[in-house]
Design a protein around this ligand. Structure first.
Ligand SMILES: [Zn+2]
Length: 472
């Protein structure tokens, strides 16, 4: 009688204890509140935990977000630092450099690490331009844009009491300014703020400053845009657009000053015919004719319609050259140009073409050589020097044809722009490359933005009569 309840008691007690213990253990093991937060994965090693938290704290102090775990894992401790895209440089540079074609790895051979190129990291660069500090390049560019100090593009304020540089580090050194006059008057732009590029033709340009300098230098050297795009590692259309802007600037800023101011100056006149048809859909023109037969036949003098455009040139000996693309070369078309450019009474040498016969009637001292009769230089005053010739200007035609060849055929719609570029380069042939680059950028920033847009639209919508200075 006594055993049964005690046995049952024992069994019940054991069951109760086991159940309670299991439940307790289960609750103790699986209760989420007792576990560390799920997102924080802890190392077993407390020393590594401390290091990790110290790294995080350091990153937080520098206000830099931690790189994602994937990137941290990809970085190998023994890999050499990337010279061209390391962290000290601006992210803009990093983007533009990495945008182009990936640098090709040097071919690894069986010998392994001995055959590897020790300059492999250097070869990823684009040349000396990558070594110049970005801030320095911006400084030089800003000096070109603002030769007389900062100016508000909205209201023209120059007083430094009203202009404040609110962010000198904007775009790695371009800087962002605010004009107090505009900010208080009512917000043109973003609270009266502006950058040096606001209101210029390069407003809204997304490429970085190194690439801009590189492209300007290539343009001043007369390189083709496709070549430049490869060298600068940008899209071909980017350089195309910038080159066209530069040409528009040179065309717009070309000199119209008189060439010969005194009557002692010697001027040579001549014309040349450049074969330039319609190419692609340049100027929005439809290609309405048969493809041109190779080796265009010479049918009389070239005109706009026969795809051989006359370029009329005036050159002052030991002076500058002025070139004009004409639709048709005749006495009526060249007379106003000559009268504007050359002082009456100056010595003028031409060839025997009959359109120059008006010169002596207009009061110029005109001498000519008759190429048809084998005459190329004459000695009229008998001092043993053949001073009557037009070889100086004919020499420039050789240079002009060579420059146009670089572009593998230009459209006749754009020919005035190319000729303006040649005139610019020829007149600065004594200067060095750096000065020509500075001149290109200077003329680019002197160009009025609305005028540039008009000019490019005229060129692209085939309003070539306005682009050619003298229509027929
Ligand atoms: Zn202002």
């Amino acid at each position: 009688m006594k055993r049964t309840p005690s046995l049952w008691n024992i069994v019940l007690a054991v069951l109760l204890i086991v159940t309670l213990t299991q439940a307790g253990q289960q609750r103790l093991i699986w209760d989420g509140r007792l576990m560390p937060p799920g997102r924080t994965w802890q190392h077993r090693n407390p020393r590594r935990n401390r290091e990790r938290w110290a790294r995080r704290l350091e990153a937080q102090r520098r206000r830099l977000p931690l790189a994602p775990k994937r990137k941290r894992r990809m970085k190998r401790p023994d890999s050499p630092p990337n010279t061209w895209a390391h962290r000290g440089q601006s992210p803009v540079i990093f983007r533009s450099v990495s945008k182009g074609r990936a640098p090709q790895k040097p071919a690894t051979t069986v010998q392994g690490s001995e055959a590897e190129d020790p300059l492999a990291d250097l070869r990823q660069g684009r040349g000396l331009i990558d070594l110049i500090e970005e801030r320095r390049l911006w400084e030089m560019l800003i000096r070109i844009v603002w030769p007389r100090g900062p100016i508000c593009p909205h209201c023209g304020e120059r007083d430094l009491h009203y202009l404040k540089e609110i962010n000198p580090d904007y775009r790695g050194g371009l800087g962002r300014w605010q004009c107090r006059v505009c900010a208080e008057a009512g917000d043109p732009g973003r609270g009266g703020t502006f950058t040096p590029l606001t209101g210029t033709v390069l407003e809204g340009l997304r490429i970085d400053v190194r690439t801009l300098w590189l492209i300007a230098a290539s343009f001043a050297q007369g390189q083709a845009s496709v070549e430049t795009a490869k060298e600068a590692r940008v899209n071909r259309h980017t350089t195309d657009r910038l080159f066209r802007l530069c040409r528009a600037a040179l065309y717009e800023g070309r000199s119209t000053e008189p060439l010969a101011l005194t009557i002692e100056d010697i001027v040579e006149l001549d014309e040349v015919y450049i074969t330039a048809g319609l190419k692609g859909r340049a100027g929005g023109l439809e290609l309405e004719r048969e493809p041109r037969v190779r080796g265009l036949k010479r049918r009389g003098r070239g005109t706009w319609d026969s795809d051989r455009l006359p370029v009329f040139g005036l050159i002052c000996r030991r002076g500058e050259v002025r070139l004009f693309v004409l639709a048709n070369v005749q006495t009526e078309t060249i007379r106003p140009i000559v009268e504007q450019m050359v002082q009456r009474g100056a010595q003028v040498y031409t060839d025997g073409y009959c359109i120059y016969h008006f010169l002596s009637r207009q009061g110029y001292r005109h001498q000519f050589v008759n190429h048809g009769a084998g005459q190329y230089a004459l000695d009229l005053d008998g001092d043993g020097r053949c001073e009557v010739h037009c070889n100086t200007v004919e020499c420039t035609w050789s240079w002009l044809r060579q420059m146009v060849r670089t572009y593998r055929g230009v459209s006749k719609v754009y020919l005035p722009l190319y000729v303006a570029q040649f005139e610019f380069l020829y007149n600065r042939r004594q200067q060095n490359q750096w000065n020509r680059t500075l001149d290109v950028l200077q003329m680019l920033f002197q160009l009025d933005a609305t005028r540039a847009a008009d000019l490019l639209r005229q060129v692209e919508t085939a309003e070539f009569a306005e682009v050619c200075p003298v229509a027929d």
